[in-house]
Design a protein around this ligand. Sequence first.
Ligand code: TPP
Length: 536
Amino acid sequence: MSVDRQLLSGNEAVALAALHCGIALGTGYPGTPSTEILEVFSELGGRAQWAPNEKVAVEVALGAAYAKARALATMKHVGLNVASDPFFTAAYTGISGALIVVSADDPGMASSQNEQDNRWYAAAAGVPMLEPSDSQEAYDFFAEAVRISERWRLPVLFRMTTRVCNSKTLVHPSMPVLPAPGTAFERDIPGRVMIPAYARAAHRRLREKLTQITEWNETSALNRRIAGEKALGLIASGIAYMHAREAAPRASVLKLGLTYPLPMRSIRSFVESVERCVVIEEGDPYLAEAIRAEGLAVESKPPMYRFGELTVGRVRRILARDEAPEPAPPRGKPPSLCPTCPYRPVFQALKDLDCIVAGDIGCYTLGVLPPFEAMDTCVCMGASLGVGLGLRHALPPQEARRVVSVIGDSTFVHSGISGLVEMVYNPPTTGHVVLILDNGTTAMTGRQEHPATGRALDHEPTGKLVIEDLARALGVEQVDVTDPALNPDGFRTLLQDRLASGKTSVVIARRPCLLAAGAIKTYERAAAEKCKEDAE
Ligand SMILES: Cc1ncc(C[n+]2csc(CCOP(=O)(O)OP(=O)(O)O)c2C)c(N)n1
């Protein structure tokens, strides 16, 4: 190793560990706070690619792991909802190489639509889960995750949270680089084809593996006991461990690293060794409930601390059993659409026409704020289509004709396409209008490429999905491409016309995000030059 100490974020540490572990393929979909993992992995020389969505990412990684490769799939917490279908059954089939699924949770919702706690996914799917507390652990635990995955031939959930992903701490990248295994396909029909007859046996195999991992976890170095006062014992994992240490430096601590399946004998012996035992955890009472279900008397935090991130101050309050209202957090400047955002005329038109807007997730969600306030629903990626169609089906025709589904280009590719299929298959009697805001990038998460930009994660040219061709091929009756910034009045007239038409319509409002436009031009120029050179 050339550098023996580096200041790295948790995300960077995972990327470095992935490289040192011989991860053959990293795939995922952007989402705060996970996005940098694949970007840094690619910069370090790893093979990284964006998938159209998280489900596809996990499936591609699973296929690679069936071929004995070590594979990584990254996503934010809600991404695992999208990927949960393959995730659950991958636990049954197991793998031949290694499969690490990184879930970056966002307690406090710095940039998410909910603050779900993905630790439940590990327990629900029967997938071992590791939770690093800082960048060193992100690095070390990743290697351990690969070992666990290979030893038990199971996917491993690598659960991080915002502070672990983003905080920079020192890392000794001391791991000997693990040689990448040779890949090969070995047929295993009963192991891989989950028809009920084979899946029944697979489920039993999974439970046997989990029993073995539970036993192994009882003595695993992933969990540590930090000696301290007998009067107070704390059980914590992930970032909560850091807060707990700072809030109560003299307490005894049981730090858990592998938090599914839990080492209950070790937990029992710790609980019995202290006079008062408090579980310190961010988000849901995942650990506290599991420990109490064993009949152990541990304190959990009051429900008010379930909301938002944990802090050292909050841990002190929990330990003092302080349930007094907390001071309101300082108010930051609310976000807003960039002054030069090409979506501004779009939201102005939606407002002027008094549309009912089934919205979606991206920068454009900011159209909900003043001065436009032109968004009526926002649930999850891709929901604008289904929700818009449902509104159209249920509302009286006069009102139904006001409904528009508004979705960004990356979001459309992620999970809007099947909504378009639904529109063609079950068209509302009033028709419907889908507005695709194509700014040529995934702006919200830092301007990543996606299949409709025609460039790969490293911005090199690749196959391109042409949205208007797709819409036409799917059977949408009217497909228009327009630049709303160039001709706002023309855009408004077009929208008005399509709303009145009673047909199924897709309007693609195409104009690059101003923050991405310069880079896009550079990539296009480089690609054109390369093309010219190749032709010569
Ligand atoms: C399942 C899921 N994955 C990822 C995210 C994070 N995320 C929200 S919107 C979005 C894409 C935004 O891109 P686009 O639709 O092109 O809109 P833009 O931000 O460019 O306006 C991403 C990656 C999420 N909220 N949910």
